[in-house]
Ligand binder design. Structure first.
Ligand code: IYT
Ligand code: CU
Ligand code: CU
Length: 361
């Protein structure tokens, strides 16, 4: 135990209560929960088990969050995500990088509706804190390895000071007898400095969808930072009325015609995890990124963008890396959405807009 503590304490500084539960797991003789190696030339690499601290959810459709504080004296690079979950127990998992966690507790209720109703609930990351999604798991998702030499920088030299794991427990029958769960993700990391840094850009909209209408919720932003972005994965998110979500890189060719290169397109009601982009060609300064969610409101009332299942959302997460230097300062690209913002508005400068719903891929 002392030896294990020595290794892990040197690597990660864990919130006290969580510390007890994680060591509790290690204490049960499962050395494989933590496999580390040390190479004096390159520093440590290893696999950190970031798991729920043996929780027993008692309400259906609970979103539970648990935090770890990353050792603030060391810079780490997360290079892979190895899920430890089955769809029998966990509906989905999201891993957030935060400046501050939503609470100081070892676990808390962190549903999307967290903001809506007050007591005992909080978002994954603290209010106004840096926050980004690093990994998403749903249903049949396998291990994710970032492209070779690419990592998410966390800890000392990064705004990500905490990692927060969110697990959605949909059905809770199997917990009625007091059983516990340790769903989570093993984080493959290295201390060896990596040149290629991963980042996520979140594109989305605000807006309203009139009753009995299909809306195009659209957003677009120009990349103005002088960086070369290699896109490699994307994730879409809507609520139950989402039909299609698509993202594009828009660039004018030598004739001044805008070419729309698809980055990803999906039915948002399939598992909302990260998938490979359709095109990994670089995104350059001067390019625009454009996304559309097609939302079909079959209700007899208007539906607004908002946190609950009565509301909708339109999100497209783009995961990219830069060959050198830092990731984008721009973290979000949100528009007002319908009825105000459309790609076809004259002031967007967008033309040659593809017929998304008509094309299959
Ligand atoms: C209003 C909205 O679109 N909310 C999204 C996107 C969002 C994600 C993060 C907004 C903020 C964030 O810090 I990270 I401000 C939303 O809530 N999406 C859900 C999760 O709750 C993150 C999703 O599954 O993508
Ligand atoms: Cu879920
Ligand atoms: Cu949502």
């Amino acid at each position: 135990m002392a030896r294990k503590m020595g290794i892990s304490a040197a690597l990660w500084y864990i919130l006290l209560v969580n510390l007890i539960s994680v060591y509790g797991l290690v204490d049960q003789g499962q050395g494989m929960y933590r496999k580390n190696s040390y190479d004096s030339a390159t520093g440590s690499t290893g696999s950190f088990p970031f798991l729920m601290p043996m929780v027993s959810p008692k309400t259906p459709d609970l979103y539970l969050c648990t935090p770890i504080k990353v050792d603030p004296t060391t810079t780490y690079y997360i290079v892979g995500f190895n899920p430890n979950a089955t769809m029998n127990t966990a509906h989905h998992m999201l891993l957030y990088g935060c400046g501050e966690p939503g609470t100081t507790k070892s676990t808390w209720n962190c549903g999307e509706m967290a903001q809506a109703t007050a007591e005992e609930k909080a978002s994954p990351c603290g209010p106004r804190s840096h926050s980004q999604i690093l990994y998403a798991w749903a249903r049949d998702a396998q291990k994710v390895i970032l492209p070779a030499g690419v990592g998410f920088k966390v800890g000392k030299d990064s705004p990500t000071k905490y990692l927060v794991l969110q697990v959605h427990y949909a059905h809770i029958d199997r917990f009625k007898d007091g059983s516990t769960d340790d769903s989570g993700v093993f984080l493959d990391y290295t201390e060896k400095p990596l040149q290629k840094l991963a980042g996520t850009l979140l594109l989305g909209t605000d807006g309203i969808i009139p009753a009995q209408q299909t809306e195009h919720m659209e957003s677009a932003c120009e990349i103005t930072e002088n960086k070369v972005l290699i896109p490699f994965a994307y994730r879409v998110h809507t609520h139950e009325m989402g039909k299609v979500v698509a993202g594009y890189r828009v660039r004018s060719n030598s004739e001044g015609i805008q070419e729309w290169v698809q980055l990803g397109k999906r039915d948002p009601l399939t598992p909302q995890m990260f998938y490979n982009v359709t095109n990994t060609e670089p995104i350059l300064s001067g390019d625009q990124l454009a996304i559309r969610c097609t939302i079909k409101n079959t209700r007899h009332r208007i539906t607004k963008i908002g946190p609950t299942n009565e509301d909708e959302m339109c999100n497209f997460y783009l995961m990219y890396y830069v060959e050198h230097g830092d990731t984008l300062d721009m973290k979000y690209c949100f528009s007002q959405g319908p009825p105000y913002f459309y790609w076809s508005n004259p002031d967007t400068g967008l033309h040659n807009i593809p017929n998304i719903e008509a094309s299959t891929l």
